[in-house]
Ligand binder design. Structure first.
Ligand SMILES: CC(C)(COP(=O)(O)OP(=O)(O)OC[C@H]1O[C@@H](n2cnc3c(N)ncnc32)[C@H](O)[C@@H]1O)[C@@H](O)C(=O)NCCC(=O)NCCS
Ligand SMILES: Nc1ncnc2c1ncn2[C@@H]1O[C@H](COP(=O)(O)OP(=O)(O)OP(=O)(O)O)[C@@H](O)[C@H]1O
Length: 413
């Protein structure tokens, strides 16, 4: 089993404070966290609150230790919850001088680097999982422009060649808002999730099933995917009949755009009144006509819906409780880089012509189905991620037989 190492940092006091809640929480972590059937070794480091010093130290720590997991922690005195950051900007701007007196104004963190970099952890799914256990966790898309943002940007720059290493930044509130023991407990739970993700990644690339990685007491998390019309929802129904809790990404994607939701408001702003039906709800056909023909438009829509879907799905799956099987029926598992979030990944496949025929029978025109297929991962890309493959090229009875076998494997797992 791969021995997992994690780097976790906090900051020294700044702006006249006598301590810093980030370091207080990090230093209370043990040297080693127990995983089911293993452990993750922690390197806990204190960073200076200086733009130049923090960036240099982060590069040195990542280069010398080559940690599997990188988590930086910083203070946001106005925060009400613990925030998993999704994004870093290539900009350093300081409203107060850092601890060395430097006060950059619209400086680049990395000369000629991309305007922003995305954290390589699945912030929304992680926040959903941790929230489900009662921890006060949310996500944020803006880490400011101070030393925290520089630290995250630099770390993401440093791990660029290996984006499978989960790397991110946690903003914590003042200790008077959320006590240090709760922050430390949240960081420990986060590190366990990330370390298990790394263990599953290593199992998979070594040709073993992700199911071989021991798990703590919680639901078995199954990712179920397939191209449009492959039959994954039919498989999900068969698993539900055997006792699985099924969470349907397409259903959640509808729920998050119901009238009155912030996502529907954002869609209206971005795509105009033309995608709103007479009753004020989303005109799905009108929006489909726009986004399945235009990569940029689809990416904009996905940015409004998928983070909300991911957080809700993760939270709902945990509600299955220990000992149960929770299945996430999700078309875009491969596209979203979600595979290692699950204890096992099931891919349903069927020949393209058969899929098109089944979709046509369901009322989706061939050309529309093809447009969606062309924007989804290829069969090969999906299958490369699978622990289990189900072939849906025959009768429903043959599908049932395979699902019975898969269910046995899940119950053994
Ligand atoms: C564009 C929308 C309104 C069209 O709605 P419609 O009712 O016609 O389709 P529905 O949502 O039921 O999806 C049916 C199938 O289309 C495919 N599909 C949907 N969205 C996408 C996408 N962004 N990329 C590729 N395929 C997609 C999937 O195979 C899905 O199972 C809708 O698909 C949408 O809001 N998509 C964005 C959210 C999303 O990506 N959902 C997919 C997974 S959560
Ligand atoms: N083995 C089968 N024989 C005949 N019809 C099938 C079979 N499997 C699935 N179907 C039918 O094919 C259609 C697509 O199946 P299903 O909805 O399960 O696919 P899906 O992968 O979930 O599709 P989507 O991506 O649109 O959600 C459905 O109408 C379903 O009833």
């Amino acid at each position: 089993m791969h021995q997992v190492s994690a780097l976790i940092t906090g900051f020294e006091p700044f702006a006249g404070g006598s301590d810093n809640a980030s370091w207080e929480a990090v230093r209370a972590l043990p040297e080693e966290l127990t995983l089911a059937g293993g452990a993750v070794r922690l390197r806990r480091e204190l960073l200076p609150v200086t733009f130049a010093g923090a960036a240099a130290r982060v590069r040195e720590l990542i280069a010398s230790g080559r940690p599997d997991v990188v988590v930086h922690v910083g203070l946001d005195a106005s925060a009400k919850a613990i925030k998993l950051e999704t994004t870093a900007y290539n900009e350093a701007t300081a409203s107060i001088p850092d601890n060395s007196g430097a006060q950059p104004d619209h400086a680049e963190v990395v000369p000629a680097g991309p305007r922003r970099r995305h954290s390589t952890w699945a912030a929304h799914a992680l926040a959903g999982r941790l929230s489900a256990t009662g921890l006060p966790v949310t996500t944020s898309d803006d880490a400011g422009r101070y030393v925290c943002n520089t630290t995250l940007y630099t770390a993401l720059d440093a791990v660029e060649e290996d984006p499978t290493r989960p790397t991110g930044f946690v903003h914590v509130p003042l200790a008077t808002t959320i006590g240090t023991p709760i922050v430390t407990r949240t960081l420990a739970a986060l590190l366990v999730e990330l370390a298990d993700q790394v263990r599953r990644h290593h199992a998979h690339i070594q040709g073993m099933s992700r199911l071989s990685v021991p798990r703590p007491s919680r639901p078995l998390r199954v990712g179920l995917t397939g191209g449009i019309g492959s039959g994954k929802s039919t498989v999900a129904g068969m698993l539900a009949a055997r006792g699985a809790l099924v969470v349907d990404a397409d259903a959640l994607a509808r729920a998050v755009v119901e009238p009155g939701t912030p996502a529907l408001e954002e869609i209206k702003q971005a795509f105009g009144q033309g995608v709103i039906a007479a009753d004020g709800g989303l005109d799905r056909a009108a929006l489909a006509a726009v986004v399945f023909d235009d990569d940029e438009a689809r990416a904009r829509l996905e940015a409004m819906t998928l983070p909300r879907v991911a957080a809700a799905a993760a939270e709902q799956m945990e509600a299955a409780g220990p000992g149960r099987v929770a299945v996430y029926d999700v078309p875009l598992l491969a596209e979203g880089g979600m595979a290692d979030l699950f204890d096992t990944v099931i891919v349903v496949r069927a020949p393209r012509e058969l899929r098109l025929a089944r979709l046509e029978a369901r009322g989706l025109a061939r050309a529309d189905a093809e447009a969606r297929m062309s924007q989804q991962a290829s069969d090969g890309e999906r299958e490369a991620l699978a622990d289990l493959v189900i072939d849906n090229d025959g009768a429903v009875e043959q599908l049932e037989e395979q699902v019975a076998g898969v269910w046995q494997a899940l119950e053994r797992g």
